[in-house]
Design a protein around this ligand. Structure first.
Ligand code: FAQ
Length: 330
C-alpha cells in the first residue's frame, strides 16, 4: 500500500510503510473531535505524545521548583497559623508534581528521564518561579496572582483530551483554589493593616503583576505550539485568551483590596467588556526563559542539591524494591 503519513518528528512521509498513515491520523483526530478521552494504551501520533510529555513534564517541574519561593518563608511566617497553612500549601505543590510526573510516565517517559531533562536545562519550568519572594507580602501575591493564573490556565486542562492529564488536573485545581484563597486573605489582611503593611502589599503587587501575565506564555502570534495543541484539544483556549480572562477577573479584586495595578494603560473597555492593558515586556520574558532571570541560577542549584542529597533515598527505595521482589519470587 502507498500512503501518506507523518514520521516521528511530525514530518510528512510518503512511502510503502508509513509510521503514521493518513487514515490512522484521521481516525485519531475524529476521536478528539468527538470529545473522547485518549488513554495511555491507545494509539496516538508520536507528535501528540511528545507534546504532552513536554507540557506535562514542564508543568510538573514548575510545581516542584515553585516550592522554592514559598519554602523560603516557612521559617519566617508571621504566626503559627500562617506557618501551618503555608506548610500545607508547599506540600500540596510537591503532591501536584508527583501526580503530574505520574501522568507523564503513562506516556512512556520515565520520571528519571523527565528529572534529568530538568537538571540538564533541556526542559523548562514556569518563568514565574525565577522571581524572588522578598517580603511576607510576596507570599500573599504568589497565592493571589500566581495561583489565580495557574487556575485560569488549568481549569480548561481538566477537559484536556488526554485522560490521565485531565484527571490529575481535577484534583490539582481543587487544591489550587484553596491556595488562591489563602493568598488573597494575606493580601486582604495587609491591605487593611497599617501604612507599612499596605505599602508592602502594593510593592508585592507591583513586582508580581507583570511576571504573572507572562505565565500564560507568548502572545498568540508568537506561540509556536498553540495551534496544534488546540486542534488536539490539549489546550482549550489560547495564551492571550487566558491572559485576558485573568486580567478581567483580577483587576476588580485589586480594586477591592484598595491596591493599584501597576499599568498606566489599564482601562475598562465598555464596548468589549474587557480591560485594555499595556505592553508586556517580552524581552524580559525571553531573558528569563534563557536562564537570565533574577533567580534562575539559584533555583536550579537548589534543585540539583536536593536531587543529590536525595540519592540515598532513591538507592534505599531501589534496594527495598529488589528485596521485596526477591522475597516474592522465593
Ligand atoms: N514559562 O508555544 P507556547 C503553578 C515556553 S504551575 C516558561 O505558547 P505551549 C502552580 C513553552 O514551554 C505553572 N516557559 O507553548 C504553582 C515553549 O517552549 P518549548 C505552570 C514558557 O506549551 C503556583 C515556548 O515557551 N503551569 O504555577 C512559558 O503551547 C504557586 C513557546 O510557548 C503549566 O505548566 C512560561 N510562562 O503553552 C506552584 C500549565 N510560557 O517547550 C507553586 C501547563 C511558554 O517549546 C506556587 N502548561 N513557555 O521549549 C501550559 O498550559 C502551556 O505549556 C503554556 C505554554 C501555556 C505554559
Amino acid at each position: 500500500m502507498y500512503t501518506q503519513g507523518l514520521d516521528q518528528q511530525g514530518n510528512k512521509t510518503e512511502g510503502p510503510e508509513p509510521v503514521e498513515s493518513a487514515e490512522r491520523l484521521a481516525a485519531f483526530q475524529a476521536r478528539i473531535d468527538d470529545e473522547e478521552k485518549i488513554e495511555a494504551k491507545d494509539w496516538m501520533p508520536e507528535a501528540y505524545r511528545k507534546t504532552l510529555v513536554r507540557q506535562i513534564s514542564q508543568h510538573a517541574h514548575s510545581e516542584i521548583i515553585g516550592m522554592q519561593p514559598e519554602g523560603n518563608w516557612l521559617t519566617r511566617a508571621p504566626t503559627l497559623r500562617r506557618k501551618v497553612i503555608l506548610l500545607a500549601k508547599v506540600q500540596d505543590e510537591a503532591g501536584h508534581g508527583l501526580y503530574l510526573y505520574g501522568a507523564g510516565e503513562t506516556l512512556g517517559t520515565s520520571r528519571d528521564q523527565m528529572v534529568a531533562d530538568l537538571l540538564s536545562g533541556k526542559a523548562k519550568y514556569s518563568s514565574i518561579f525565577n522571581y524572588p519572594a522578598i517580603t511576607w507580602a510576596d507570599i500573599g501575591a504568589i497565592g493571589w496572582l500566581v495561583d489565580s493564573a495557574a487556575i485560569m490556565n488549568q481549569i480548561p486542562l481538566c477537559r484536556c483530551s488526554y485522560g490521565p492529564y485531565a484527571r490529575a488536573m481535577v484534583r490539582i485545581c481543587k487544591e489550587e483554589s484553596f491556595h488562591q484563597r489563602q493568598g488573597f486573605e494575606i493580601m486582604l489582611t495587609l491591605s487593611r493593616g497599617n501604612d507599612a503593611q499596605k505599602e508592602m502589599a502594593q510593592d508585592a503587587l507591583n513586582r508580581w503583576w507583570w511576571p504573572s501575565l507572562m505565565m500564560f506564555g507568548p502572545s498568540d502570534t508568537d506561540s509556536k505550539h498553540s495551534a496544534q495543541s488546540m486542534a488536539w484539544k490539549i489546550k482549550r483556549f489560547s495564551n492571550d485568551e487566558l491572559r485576558q480572562k485573568f486580567i478581567d477577573v483580577t483587576v476588580p479584586q485589586a480594586e477591592f483590596l484598595g491596591l493599584r495595578v501597576p499599568d498606566d494603560d489599564l482601562e475598562f473597555d465598555q464596548e468589549t467588556g474587557h480591560y485594555n492593558f499595556g505592553e508586556i515586556n517580552w524581552q524580559e520574558f525571553y531573558d528569563v526563559l534563557a536562564g537570565n532571570g533574577p533567580c534562575n541560577t539559584q533555583r536550579m542549584a537548589n534543585r540539583q542539591k536536593a536531587h543529590d542529597d536525595g540519592a540515598w533515598v532513591r538507592e534505599a527505595a531501589r534496594a527495598y524494591a529488589a528485596k521485596h521482589a526477591a522475597d516474592k519470587a522465593a
